[in-house]
Design a protein around this ligand. Structure first.
Ligand code: ZN
Length: 180
């Protein structure tokens, strides 16, 4: 069974997103839910889960935030977050919009509940920024910290893609939802 390890905390290799060369028919190795369309360090991932691994990607702090959520593993969180972004997108909104109603409002409230778990990350490790966490880990010659999956640290996908194509995530998530 693939692990749901959210973060690769050791090693000096760059953790960046690469598009899969051939169209994928396989599922994401983290959430096992959406199709894998990119890879990070050779691991096929969907667009919801990729930021949890791509900690060296420029703009990671705009795309994702650290939260403290020990009772859900990264894969379960990915499935949940995908559903919330898709629910809001189905009404032509995002979970960040104001004045929502119906399912979009419900999605926004659930997302904000997850987002509030940033405070737990700040309390535990002093930041909710994935880039700072990554650079702190890389600066250690030996890593005395437990692997992230052994802690409650998770990465929450905010619903935007990296600066080269910010709309990519929501467009792909909606396309995937419609095709199911
Ligand atoms: Zn996934």
């Amino acid at each position: 069974m693939p692990s749901s390890r959210p973060l690769v905390s050791t090693g000096k290799n760059k953790l960046m997103v690469e598009d899969l060369k051939a169209p994928s028919s396989g599922h994401c190795t983290c959430c096992e839910h959406m199709l894998a369309v990119v890879s990070v360090a050779g691991r096929p991932l969907c667009l919801t889960c990729a930021p949890a691994f791509a900690l060296d990607e420029p703009g990671i702090d705009d795309v994702a935030t650290l939260i403290w959520l020990p009772h859900l593993d990264q894969g379960a969180l990915g499935r949940c977050v995908t559903a919330l972004h898709v629910a809001a997108r189905a009404t032509d909104h995002t979970v960040h919009d104001q004045s929502l109603t119906g399912q979009a409002l419900s999605a926004k409230r659930a997302f904000e509940a997850l987002l509030s778990c940033r405070l737990g990350a700040v309390e535990k490790i002093g930041t909710d920024r994935p880039s700072l966490y990554r650079s702190a880990l890389k600066s250690l010659s030996r890593n005395p910290l437990p692997e992230a999956h052994e802690t409650g640290l998770r990465i929450l996908m905010k619903g935007t893609w990296f600066p080269d194509n910010p709309r990519r995530y929501l467009d792909a998530a909606q396309e995937w939802a419609v095709a199911r």
